[in-house]
Design a protein around this ligand. Structure first.
Ligand code: URP
Ligand code: ZN
Ligand code: ZN
Ligand code: ZN
Length: 485
């Protein structure tokens, strides 16, 4: 069976050109004029782009005494409906360790996913078991390990634990990821505001100011440099964090930054809403910031100092959020965005001229495929690549509303936003999984796990340089030593 996508304009990270695209089986077979296939997908007036990759999701995540309501089934279908063909989710080890948690995540995803998926592993402590399991985790196709510098008393790791884990990542050819907020200061500020009677969702933002993020981002970068490993900072939300990343990159450090579509488009005013539910639904960490931070993040995407736009999709229902009535520290942290990431970024980024269509493809797909070492299997429109494709129609517009979303939660943080640009078709390994206006349905069980190899090249370069410049003892012969001491 072959499919030809006809009449569209191919937009890749590096160029834009008109061509048809032939798919045979699950792969792109040819790109060129006048191609023929068994079935035709009409891309007239549309852009043909690599399917979106969302490298930061928490589907069914157990967190803060509850479990994120978005399931693998609803989440991956919501993704497909929005043009995203690969999600990368975080495995959180429980008391039985990393491998048991990985089995659990793989089983949930395999049963339910409509699109392909891949996994990161979290490191939430340090011991010989962590050291040993990390190698086995890499053997199972995970080349990224996430560290939380926040959530004190729960997921947080301290500097010594992080340094040990980063060194282990260096040895295994893995990339550490970091949630960078100073968890000690956050905990102290949370206590202070609760003591002062500030118990509402607005205090969530007060307790996590940008300095707390900037400090932790700097610290993570310095620890990575000391360990001789690149580092990827998730949900970069502030100028302070962006500044640390920018400065490190200028010094030649391999540091990556990932703003979220929420931080690019929503600001801290959301927490001042008089409606408690409205404000609590928007509680996530880091919180939404003052608008000046948005300008910094947009500039970073254009300049290349920030590389990826993700969502951190971690969707709780209003009922779950209400656990925090009277105590903002108990509001489950997390917001959704998986379904609307591309349309929001297209509308607020491409249509405004803040980024080009090619930069759009770079930050939603190609860059992260390269960072995660799955390029050009994913993130590319090239012969031999997986046919994960979105046929993007810039003329289809909609007003975002929970009333007609695929996500199963009962609200949408982008409610009322009018967006231009929608997926006319989304193809996952050559199969149409979303056709706009045609009542497409989830296909649980068709998504496949994407395994990722470690990165010998970058880690070798870093360790070679580190070895060449390592501290060495100065050899002194007897004649150059003080006499008689
Ligand atoms: O508030 C957030 N971001 N919730 C999900 C967990 C995390 O910190 O990424
Ligand atoms: Zn986080
Ligand atoms: Zn997250
Ligand atoms: Zn001498």
């Amino acid at each position: 069976m072959s499919t030809v996508i006809k009449g569209g304009t191919i937009v890749a990270a590096d160029r834009t050109y008109e061509a048809d695209l032939l798919i045979e089986g699950e792969k792109i077979a040819a790109i060129g004029p006048n191609l023929k296939g068994d079935t035709v997908v009409d891309a007239g007036g549309a852009y043909i782009m690599p399917g979106g990759i969302d490298p930061h999701t928490h589907l069914e995540m157990p967190f803060m005494g509850t479990t994120a309501a978005e399931t693998w089934e609803s989440g991956t279908f919501a993704a497909a409906s929005g043009g995203t063909t690969l999600v990368v989710d975080f495995v959180i080890p429980g008391p039985d360790g990393m491998l048991a948690a990985l089995d659990d995540w793989e089983a949930k995803a395999k049963r339910q996913a409509s699109t392909d998926y891949s996994l990161h592993m979290c490191v939430n402590g340090w011991s010989k078991q962590h050291f040993d399991e990390m190698e086995k985790v890499v053997g199972r196709g995970i080349n990224t390990f996430k560290h939380f510098m926040a959530y004190k008393g729960a997921l947080m790791v301290n500097d010594d634990e992080m340094f040990a884990s980063f060194q282990r990542c260096a040895a295994l050819g893995a990339l550490p990821l970091v949630h960078a907020e100073n968890g000690d200061i956050v905990a102290a500020l949370q206590q202070k505001y609760m003591n002062e009677g500030l118990t509402g969702p607005e205090a969530h933002a007060y307790s996590r100011p940008p300095e707390v993020e900037g400090e932790a981002t700097n610290r993570a970068i310095m620890i990575a440099d000391a360990a001789g490993v690149p580092v990827y900072i998730v949900h970069t939300s502030s100028e302070q964090a962006h500044e640390a990343i920018r400065r490190a990159r200028q010094k030649g450090m391999r540091v990556y930054g990932e703003p979220l579509i929420q931080h690019l488009t929503l600001d801290e005013g959301e927490y001042m809403n008089k409606d408690w539910d409205y404000a609590a639904r928007r509680v996530m960490s880091p919180p939404f910031r003052d608008k000046s931070h948005q300008d910094s993040l947009w500039a970073g995407l254009a300049a290349g100092s920030l590389q990826v736009v993700a969502t951190d999709h971690c969707a709780f229902t209003t009922a779950q959020k209400r656990t925090g009535i009277g105590n903002f520290t108990k509001i489950p942290n997390g917001t959704g965005g998986l379904e609307d990431r591309l349309a929001m970024l297209w509308t607020k980024g491409v249509e405004t001229g803040r980024i080009t269509p090619n930069e759009f493809v770079a930050v939603t797909s190609t860059n992260i495929a390269q960072i995660l070492n799955i390029y050009p299997q994913k993130g590319a429109i090239l012969p031999g690549s997986d046919a994960d494709i979105v046929v993007w129609d810039p003329k289809l517009s909609k007003t975002i509303s929970a009333a007609n979303q695929k996500s199963i939660i009962d609200y949408n943080v982008f409610e009322g936003f009018k967006v231009n640009g929608q997926a006319r078709y989304t193809l996952s390994r050559g199969e149409v999984v979303w056709h706009y206006g045609q009542n497409s349905q989830p296909q649980p069980g068709r998504g496949k796990l994407v395994k990722r190899n470690p990165f010998p090249a970058v880690n070798k370069a870093l360790s070679t340089w580190k070895e060449l410049t390592a501290p060495r003892a100065v050899t002194r012969s007897a004649e150059h030593m003080p006499i008689g001491v």
